[in-house]
Design a protein around this ligand. Structure first.
Ligand code: NAP
Length: 280
């Protein structure tokens, strides 16, 4: 039986409805999310436009600041410092990639942790080891949300996370560990990926390599969350999972596009409202 599709667009739309209600409860004061970009990146521009559209839908005013490519790390941090001091600014995000010479870790650390709506400040990344933080990393939170939407019991479920990046793989693994899933993290040093994926009830792939995981690498009925975003041979966006073969074996699967991506944006808005004081 083909897998049930985890429709990220629909789930994100349902989330935005809830977020809208939470935003109304905060009253008429402005709630601003500021996106800072250094230089022009066409891929980021599409992403920012999607974020802006979604923000407007839930009553968050998203300001986009484009700084010149010549901006130094010091100037960028000073600009962030100014946003940290502005009361109406609930959240600050810095679009990646940053130009060479600017260290993303330094920049992320310059954001007030209470306005770090991407959940990537060291204070928020550290807090995740204690429990799910108020402002979790958005993609990891989105992956978890999609898994929970299946109704699967995470306690004791075998989960394999492929990819161990700071912003995606590692936080996903920790969030699922909090739910008492038995988590294995695979990466470039893993000897035989298929030996791990084939025994997993839940597989989360966050690598950035099209077609890394095929249907024959999955346990029948597994829940497959594909975080990857890659440009396919025909120019179309594809994930890290070979969707055609995987959807024949999996029980649940996220499409790319239309899976993790829209829910990640909804998580960014949820974090922004939380940073503004909403209980959501
Ligand atoms: P990243 O920082 O490049 O990390 C990729 C990870 O995959 C690294 O841990 C790397 O290990 C590991 N890896 C590389 N080759 C591998 C292999 N053959 N087998 C197993 N692991 C391997 O990327 P990222 O920021 O985590 O993003 C991952 C993907 O998710 C990208 O396609 C990105 O565009 C996408 N993404 C999507 C969203 C969304 O909202 N949908 C958000 C963020 C990212 P080493 O470091 O040891 O090489």
């Amino acid at each position: 039986m083909p897998a049930q599709i985890l429709d990220g667009k629909l789930i994100a739309q349902q989330m935005r409805q809830k977020l809208n209600a939470a935003r109304q409860a905060l009253g008429p004061r402005p709630i601003r999310l500021v996106s800072v970009e250094v230089g022009q990146n066409p891929a980021a521009a599409v992403y920012v436009r999607n974020q802006q559209r979604a923000a407007a839908e839930v009553g968050i005013d998203m300001e986009v600041r484009n700084l010149p490519l010549s901006t130094s790390e010091t100037d960028l941090c000073a600009s962030i410092g100014e946003l940290n001091r502005r009361n109406e600014v609930a959240g600050v995000i810095v679009q990646r990639p940053l130009p060479p010479g600017i260290d993303p870790r330094v920049v992320q650390s310059a954001i007030d942790p209470n306005k770090d709506v991407e959940g990537m400040h060291p204070a928020n990344m550290g807090a995740i080891l204690y429990r799910e933080p108020l402002l979790p990393p958005c993609t990891a939170a989105a992956a978890q949300h999609l898994i929970l939407a299946t109704g699967l019991d995470l306690r004791g479920a075998e989960t394999v996370v492929v990819g161990h990046s700071e912003i995606v793989g590692k936080p996903i693994a920790v969030l699922l560990l909090h739910r008492l899933s038995t988590v294995t993290v695979c990466h470039i040093g893993t000897k035989k990926l298929v030996d791990h994926t084939r025994r997993a009830d839940i597989v989360v792939v966050a690598v950035g390599k099209a077609g890394l995981v095929h249907g024959d690498m999955l346990k029948p009925g597994a829940c497959v969350i594909d975080v990857g975003i890659n440009q396919g041979a025909d120019g179309k966006i594809v994930g890290d999972v070979d969707y055609t073969s995987a959807s024949e074996v999996a029980g649940f699967i996220t499409p790319v596009p239309g899976g993790v991506g829209p829910v990640t944006v909804a998580m960014l808005l949820r974090n922004t409202l939380r940073a503004a004081g909403a209980s959501v």
